[in-house]
Design a protein. Structure first.
Length: 376
């Protein structure tokens, strides 16, 4: 282009004008000159066209991975929450069963305490009644000895004071034969009445002793409470991978790091699930042991209650027997007291009243018995 301009300028000739001086050659223009004429390189975006697209793709993938990580974390939390709720419900059901056994054991303990208190009261009452019965038996033995001496005294008095054949009374017999009196007949009547009144000691002792039947009562035990069979599962805990990978500057390293983070998150999810399951099994096994211990305690308390109930039933039978014997002893003593009271009245009565008293005197102690005494 420049040589052609020079040739055209050399061919043109201007005759009237003096020949001008030759023009200065122009400097070459820069091919990549900017608006200010200085050289300027292309824009960075133009130079990094494919790289920018790759970076945008990497950013998009990073956002997708980030969203996936967040979603995975939320899903893991929701899954763990559901699993935790299931485990807690099982533990709650187990604790409810244990609490029911605890309540039943408390009721058994109260029943056992009440039975023991009743047994103590029955033992005290039986001891008191038995002591009273012994006192009344002692009274009877004393009365029996005294009456034996009284009988001997009466027999000796009758023998020593019998003057029916005395020679001093012959005149009375002659007088009675002339006037028709029969004093001997009256003496026979009196002796016959006294013979009827004479107590039979052996027969009286047999009447005092009573036969008291006794019955044994048995209580049926409630059915044995069976153990709760529970199974446990073995949990293998996953090993946690080593963390702390160094951050790389290349996009490929960034993608690899994000992918590894997702994998690590999944492994941590499995580890957390295994840890939760181990904690549940630990608590569940402890609950099983507690439940078994409560059932064992309940069985012991049921056995104790059965033994105490049997002892209480035996004490009640013994107490009833003692009460019946006590009432019989009281009645026998009262009847004998009334009988001896009438004998004493006869012995202390004036001679004029003796004939009438002998007519109404009971033949033996039994015919003078009153109704049994009532006890509160």
């Amino acid at each position: 282009m420049i040589p052609r301009a020079k040739s055209q300028a050399a061919a043109e000739v201007v005759p009237s004008v003096p020949e001008p001086t030759a023009p200065l050659p122009q400097a070459p223009v820069a091919a990549t000159a900017g608006p200010d004429g200085y050289p300027q390189l292309p824009a960075v975006s133009a130079m990094l066209g494919s790289a920018t697209q790759t970076l945008q793709s990497i950013n998009e993938q990073a956002r997708v991975l980030e969203a996936r990580v967040v979603q995975t974390q939320m899903e893991n939390e929701a899954k763990m929450a559901r699993q935790k709720a299931v485990f807690e419900q099982k533990l709650k059901s187990q604790e409810d069963r244990s609490r029911a056994v605890v309540a039943a054991n408390q009721r058994l303990s109260s029943e056992i305490a009440a039975i023991r208190a009743n047994i103590t009261a029955l033992q005290t009452q039986a001891h008191d009644v038995q002591a009273a019965n012994e006192i009344m038996r002692s009274e009877m033995n004393t009365l029996e000895g005294k009456l034996t001496r009284g009988r001997e005294f009466l027999l000796s008095s009758l023998k020593n004071l019998d003057d029916t054949k005395a020679p001093q009374l012959a005149v009375l017999q002659e007088f009675n034969s002339r006037h028709g009196s029969h004093p001997q007949h009256l003496g026979k009547v009196l002796r016959g009445t006294a013979a009827d009144v004479r107590p039979n000691k052996k027969k009286h002792v047999r009447e005092v002793m009573l036969q008291i039947p006794s019955n044994d009562t048995n209580d049926n035990d409630p059915d044995e409470v069976s153990f709760l069979a529970l199974g446990t599962a073995h949990v293998q805990r996953a090993s946690q991978p080593a963390a702390g990978a160094n951050a790389a500057g290349s996009p490929k390293d960034v993608l690899n790091m994000l992918g590894q983070a997702v994998t690590t998150l999944q492994q941590q999810e499995h580890l957390s699930e295994a840890k939760l399951k181990v904690m549940f099994l630990t608590n569940f096994k402890a609950g099983v042991k507690r439940y078994a211990a409560l059932l064992a305690e309940q069985r012991k308390m049921i056995t104790t209650r059965k033994t105490l109930l049997a002892q209480q039933a035996e004490l009640r039978v013994a107490d009833e027997h003692l009460q019946v014997t006590h009432s019989a002893l009281q009645q026998q003593l009262r009847s004998f007291g009334l009988f001896t009271q009438k004998l004493a009245h006869l012995a202390l009565a004036p001679t004029q009243e003796a004939t009438e008293l002998l007519r109404h005197l009971p033949a033996n102690v039994k015919s003078g018995m009153q109704q049994p005494l009532t006890h509160a």
